[in-house]
Design a protein around this ligand. Structure first.
Ligand code: ADP
Ligand code: MG
Length: 685
């Protein structure tokens, strides 16, 4: 008997080649296959005569083949046209580049066809998107409510649909229910085998909806179980370290180059209270770009040092880690606190740094994910800070946490999380918000320029440089082709250098060595460079207050969150700053993104816009938020189901804290399979 967690290769019709194609869709096991849900359904259950449809209708028709014709109007194009008879009428069916059709369906074959109707030539013609042979594979691709799957190029709907059908027939009934019966009853949901059948090949629209609702609730329920388990894990423990009122933090507060804003004071009080508490802090510090989160991190790190503990600050890029190390060193070293930088490429004195971290001589360590690599051991890590936390996953946050015994954790982000989502995303965190910018900041003037108007951008850069300011020009980096994009940055750099005679222009991209990047960034920071042409390596965190112009080349290629982050590199002083979005957007979405940027500077509003435009899967994709990728649930659309799932998960856990009872064996197994990270970093494993 087939086990549902066996490789997909055990399914009839799947050889090694098909298996590779399916793996591209994330389908490795039979279970994965059954859980690859249709993206939509088309109702092809009503079959009418071809001539009863109008031009452009999508129709399902049937008929018997009476003649065939093949033509090759140009290279690479084969048109197959079958004439079919249907009662007293006839119609044509057309396929492109499917030469096997003619042989496969000789006169006499009866076909069921779905496609678009063309009435331009008198006799109705159907441009076939799906077909099946009547009496053979009837009721699979037509003549019913038909599933349409999200697929890759090499896999077509017909193949996939048949595969699902075979698999369902063979093993669908083996899928064992794992949700509590009470949950299914309460929400009137179908059990697993029924739900699987109905989500793929529904009897009716209603049963399809019911099946969908089951899988949405199932997914959210498992996810909420994970969140609750994690929260329980954190809040149960008590700290082994403590903080006293210390002179160091007092001295730092008094020596700051500016006074904290009211919002900064408030969040610092919240954090200081967490540090004092016997339970570990687990707090998200949210504040729009430029709101001044770094100084709060510095205060917390100082407090750790003042209590004889170690503190670590992790940033997503080397540039940012270096910048933080520099500015925090400036603040803390005069107080006698030892601060060190640790990144992957920074090999200088690495051994000594590691030794001093291990024996406690270094009190504050700042770095990239190198901080969580294996050879790094801390003497007594009391505080962990993660900057731009949306760039890291749950796993990395937990890994840094595990370097200490029960450290306090502060994660910071500029990603404005819409209120509707905050609870779900960070159910395990307390939240502090800096909702105020430092005084004297002006609105960043933001405009869109077409490529033909790009000269204006050069004019603005020139003018800003003449006034003693600095500028950035950013060009896009598409990960698939770093090489091509680097070349684009180099070309743009050469062009701008020519256009801006007398100005000093620097170039920054991912292919430069870490030391080269560091030098260029330093030159820019110190004002030796007037203009920095860069790829998105400067996207997050970079802080050069004298920079007042941000020109984003091919702005249509960036997402809204990215555009907002990039714009946040300017407007960091009381000077008027500018952001110019250069490019010729063609899609509706790209136009909307650029328009939204020109309309508002509020990260919150932009996040809501982005959710509307792209949905949470994109904005809060795995890479962006550390969230798992949801298969069927949608965090914006399914607000009601989130509430239900949360309520049910909490109720279940309060009765069965560790899901250890035999009754929940299946549920736990399923949970562990779906969200392995949660299990790894909670106490239930
Ligand atoms: P972000 O929240 O984006 O990380 P930063 O911490 O980089 O912002 O701060 C942005 C800039 O504002 C820095 O140059 C910082 O020195 C400055 N800054 C922070 N707080 C204040 C304040 N209260 N008054 C004036 N300037 C401030
Ligand atoms: Mg920052």
């Amino acid at each position: 008997m087939l086990d549902l967690y066996q490789s997909i290769q055990y399914v009839k019709g799947v050889g090694p080649q098909r298996a590779i194609q399916l793996e591209r869709l994330g389908i490795y096991t039979i279970w994965d296959l059954l859980y690859h849900f249709p993206r939509e359904h088309q109702d092809r259950s009503s079959i009418r005569p071809a001539h009863s449809f109008a031009q452009g209708d999508v129709a399902t028709v049937k008929g018997m083949v009476i003649a065939a014709q093949e033509s090759k109007p140009r290279r690479g194009l084969t048109i197959t046209k079958l004439a079919l008879q249907e009662g007293a009428g006839t119609f044509y069916a057309v396929w492109f580049n499917q030469p096997y059709i003619k042989k496969q369906y000789p006169p006499g074959k009866k076909l069921l066809l779905t496609g678009k109707i063309d009435r331009k030539y008198g006799i109705p013609q159907i441009q076939v998107t799906d077909h099946e042979v009547l009496g053979e594979d009837e009721g699979l691709h037509s003549g019913r409510i038909v599933p349409i799957y999200p697929l890759t190029e090499q896999l077509n709907q017909r193949f996939f649909r048949s595969l699902i059908k075979t698999t369902l027939d063979q093993v669908g009934s083996l899928a064992e229910e794992f949700l509590p019966d009470s949950l299914l009853d309460k929400y009137n949901l179908p059990c697993l085998p029924e739900a699987l059948r109905e989500i793929h090949f529904p009897e009716s629209q209603e049963s399809c909806q019911r099946a969908r609702r089951r899988f949405i609730l199932e997914e959210l329920f498992l996810f909420e179980l994970g969140l609750s388990l994690q929260k329980g894990r954190i809040h149960k423990k008590t700290k082994t370290h403590s903080y006293q009122d210390d002179v160091l933090t007092e001295r730092l507060s008094n020596s700051l180059p500016f006074t904290l804003t009211e919002a900064q004071k408030r969040v610092w009080q919240e954090i200081a209270a967490d540090l004092k508490s016997p339970y570990p802090m687990n707090r998200l510090l949210q504040g729009d770009v430029g709101a001044g989160k770094t100084i709060i991190a510095a205060l917390a790190l100082c407090k750790a040092a003042g209590a004889g503990l170690q503190g670590a600050l992790m940033a997503p890029t080397e540039l940012l880690a270096e910048q933080h190390a520099r500015s925090i060193q400036e603040l803390l070293e005069p107080l006698g606190v030892k601060v060190a930088l640790l990144t992957g490429s920074n090999r200088r004195g690495r051994k000594e740094i590691l030794a001093s971290v291990a024996n406690g001589k270094i009190q504050v360590v700042i770095g990239t994910h190198a901080l969580i690599s294996e050879g790094v051991n801390y003497q007594n890590l009391g505080l962990v800070v993660v900057d731009e936390q949306h760039r890291f996953g749950v796993r990395q946050r937990a890994a840094l946490q595990d370097k200490g015994s029960v450290p306090d954790v502060l994660v910071m982000t500029a990603t404005p999380i819409p209120r509707t989502l905050a609870l779900t995303l960070y159910g395990d965190l307390d939240v502090s918000v800096i909702d105020q910018l430092p005084p004297g900041r002006q609105k960043i003037k933001t405009h869109h320029l077409s490529l033909a108007q790009a000269g204006k951008a050069v004019g603005l850069i020139k003018q800003q440089i003449l006034e003693g300011r600095q500028a950035y020009v950013v060009c896009p980096l598409v990960e698939e082709s770093e090489k091509i994009d680097t070349q684009a940055a180099v070309d743009l750099y050469e062009r701008l250098k020519k256009a801006l005679v007398g100005c000093s222009v620097g170039l920054l991209h991912g292919r430069l060595k870490a030391a080269e990047k560091e030098t260029t960034m330093n030159d820019f920071r110190q004002g030796t460079l007037d203009l920095l042409v860069s790829t998105t390596v400067i996207e997050v965190g970079v802080d050069v207050a004298n920079a007042t112009a941000m020109v984003i080349w091919d702005a249509q290629r960036f997402g809204l969150a990215q555009l907002h982050q990039l714009r946040g590199r300017v407007g960091r002083s009381s000077q008027q700053s500018y952001c110019l979005l250069v490019g010729d957007p063609t899609t509706h979405e790209a136009k909307e993104r650029i328009a939204a940027m020109c309309r508002t500077q509020d990260g919150f509003v932009l996040a809501e816009e982005d959710l509307k435009l792209r949905g949470p899967g994109e904005f809060f994709g795995t890479r962006q938020s550390g969230l798992p990728e949801f298969k069927i649930a949608n965090l914006v659309r399914d607000g009601k189901e989130i509430e239900q799932a949360k309520k049910e998960a909490e109720a279940l856990l309060s009765a069965n804290p560790n899901l250890k009872s035999p009754m929940h064996k299946q549920l736990f197994a399923q949970f562990a399979r779906r969200f392995p990270d949660f299990v790894k970093y909670s106490d239930v494993s």
